[in-house]
Ligand binder design. Structure first.
Ligand SMILES: Cc1ncc(COP(=O)(O)O)c(C=O)c1O
Length: 414
């Protein structure tokens, strides 16, 4: 499958910006990706010609309703859901988590149990710890395995009981990059009668998502991590969303998803979200004449993964050869399919902040710290103030950039 990276890069205006004549290398992608011009134009186009509130008879309001409906339908298509009614859109995954945890746990009783994996970003921890404190729920922690870097089914089984009401599960870690077998873990938790809430924020930029095949009940992601606008997206099963108690104003519609979307939506971002889904479809068209939109999205991910995986292996292979570097995550090249291209490491002498600072001087954009992977950092006994250096590739990065990063990390630790 061809992946014409130069052509793809030319769709992203920010990729050609230089700082002091140096090309920017964006590998801060796990914290947010760059945006193609088509998405920017959809956002500005809405603001220039359509801006209005929803629900009126006049033209811009009617068009705004259409923009909002289309964004929900497109997000449903993107995630493999049947209908946009199952898609709740809000400002961020974290905001949706805090909001929806109140509804999801509304009928939980004191001493009911929820299981949270230790692979989570704080966005899939904070909401559950808070509601557990409010309702007197018991929290059980599900560790990840230090060899596989994944959550193991047997470890989940040992925590389940007739009191388990919910499993909060990471799909791909924003620190280690490892991907959990969500279908298997979901089916184990569902057999025990628990609801399953999956955080796919770091998976969706790299792997195709099919909520129906996964068997979970909720799945969250954020479009700014996959070339789109700053929005959070939460898919939930229709029959569950219909029966949950909504926390909403009295005159708000009781239909789904309206009953869970608070206040005026970010309509311009919704226009950008549809353009983001179209970006994936257009990538798929580079290798297919199919007119099936879902099929095109699937092909886009296949192309992207075929391209990203060798880059990931080159990055890891180069970093582990630098004396003193430890990578926290899967390093076996044969297991590249079990991870996303987010690579976190520490050096035995040079601090992460110092390495990140040295890289920034070379226009290499990286993050350091725990990056809200607070539980994984604690589980790995990492100093929380320094954490790790995190290099996260996206499909617009190139092999030349990867080589340059390796060289510059080497210099930074010398
Ligand atoms: C795995 C994971 N979950 C959740 C979040 C939170 O997403 P948001 O910023 O949309 O709240 C992040 C953000 O980095 C993340 O990496």
């Amino acid at each position: 499958m061809k992946f014409p990276v130069s052509e793809i890069r030319s769709m992203f205006p920010s990729l050609s910006i230089k700082d002091d004549a140096k090309d920017r290398i964006y590998v801060d992608n796990p914290a947010g990706t760059q945006v193609p011009i088509s998405v920017v134009e959809a956002i500005s186009g809405y603001m220039l010609t359509t801006s209005a509130n929803a629900g009126g008879h006049f033209r811009t309001s009617v068009e705004t309703d259409a923009v909002a409906n289309k964004a929900h339908e497109d997000a449903a298509l993107f995630l493999g859901a049947d209908t946009g009614k199952e898609v709740i859109i809000g400002p961020s995954m974290t905001a949706l988590g805090f909001h929806m945890s109140r509804s999801i746990c509304h009928d939980f009783q004191p001493n009911d149990e929820i299981i949270i994996s230790r692979m989570e970003h704080e966005g899939n921890v904070g909401p559950w710890l808070t509601i557990a404190e409010d309702l007197g729920l018991t929290v059980r922690w599900l560790d990840f395995n230090r060899d596989s870097w994944q959550v193991e089914p047997d470890d989940l089984k040992s925590l389940l009981s007739e009191k388990t009401r919910l499993l909060a599960l990471n799909f791909a870690s924003n620190m280690t990059g490892s991907v959990n077998d969500v279908a298997t873990l979901s089916s184990i938790a569902k057999d025990a009668g628990a609801l399953v809430f999956v955080d796919a924020v770091q998976l969706a930029p790299h792997h195709y998502v099919d909520v129906k095949a996964l068997g979970c009940d909720f799945l969250a992601c954020s479009s700014y991590k996959f070339f789109g606008p700053h929005l959070g997206i939460l898919w939930g099963r229709e029959e569950i969303l219909t029966r949950l108690k909504p926390y909403k104003g009295r005159c708000v519609s009781d239909d789904i998803p309206d009953r869970f979307e608070l206040g005026t939506p970010q309509f311009e971002m919704l226009a950008g979200l549809s353009a983001t889904v179209a970006y994936f479809e257009n990538l798929g068209k580079m290798n297919s004449t199919s007119e099936n939109r879902r099929e095109l999205i699937k092909i886009a991910y296949e192309m992207s993964r075929n391209y990203e995986e060798p880059l990931t292996n080159t990055l890891i292979g180069g970093l582990i050869q630098i004396p003193g570097i430890t990578i926290y995550g899967i390093t076996n090249p044969n297991r590249v399919k079990d991870r996303v291209p987010t690579v976190s490491f520490r050096h035995n002498i040079t601090k992460p902040s110092k390495i990140a600072h040295a890289l920034s001087k070379k226009s290499i954009h990286v993050w350091h710290g725990h990056n809200y992977a607070y539980e994984p950092a604690r589980a790995l006994d990492l100093p929380l103030s320094e954490g790790v250096v995190r290099i996260g590739l996206a499909h617009y990065n190139t092999i030349d950039e990867v080589q340059k990063i390796i060289t510059e990390v080497q210099k930074a630790v010398e």
